[in-house]
Design a protein around this ligand. Structure first.
Ligand code: ATP
Ligand code: MG
Ligand code: MG
Length: 135
């Protein structure tokens, strides 16, 4: 049975659609909904400190949770992780004991010729649990 659903988000429109599906699934099945966002420090010509990157990622995650709750959904817990998104999503799924990962097919990436983005692809490739990629 579906007890824990992990929704992975990068704050993109594609992820938001997946979040809607995840919240709906959680509501219908009574499963707990968990949300994860992974962030990475990318060196930038305009000096930005690590702290403000983390804060920005934290706000993104908070906004995602608020969006789900604003639409009547319920979030059991949210996870802000630093590192490679694929690894962090899979590590979080294991930590939470998730039965299903829900994610978008696309994120903020701009290479539209690919069917799915590299994060979705990597998670589907390495996951030891079911993954729902929402298009
Ligand atoms: P790419 O990043 O390969 O250029 P893309 O941005 O279009 O392409 P992905 O990054 O694979 O595609 O995004 C697909 C989905 O993966 C998103 O809708 C979101 O659900 C999830 N995702 C992407 N990045 C993260 C992240 N940093 N943290 C959590 N989930 C993420
Ligand atoms: Mg890790
Ligand atoms: Mg991406």
């Amino acid at each position: 049975t579906l007890e824990k659903i992990l929704f992975a988000t990068d704050g993109s429109e594609g992820a938001a659609r997946a979040g809607g599906v995840a919240a709906d699934l959680a509501k219908r099945t009574g499963a707990g909904l968990y949300v994860v966002h992974a962030w990475q420090f990318v060196p930038h010509p305009v000096v930005v400190d690590l702290r403000s990157w983390e804060e920005r990622a934290g706000r993104l995650l908070t906004e995602q949770v608020e969006e789900i709750e604003g639409a009547g959904g319920e979030v059991a817990a949210s996870y802000l992780r630093m590192g490679s998104p694929v690894d962090e999503i899979l590590d979080t799924a294991e930590e939470v004991g998730a039965d299903l990962v829900v994610m978008g097919s696309r994120g903020f990436g701009r290479i539209r010729s690919l069917l799915i983005g590299s994060v979705s692809e990597g998670v589907v490739h390495s996951a030891h649990l079911p993954v729902l990629v929402v298009r």
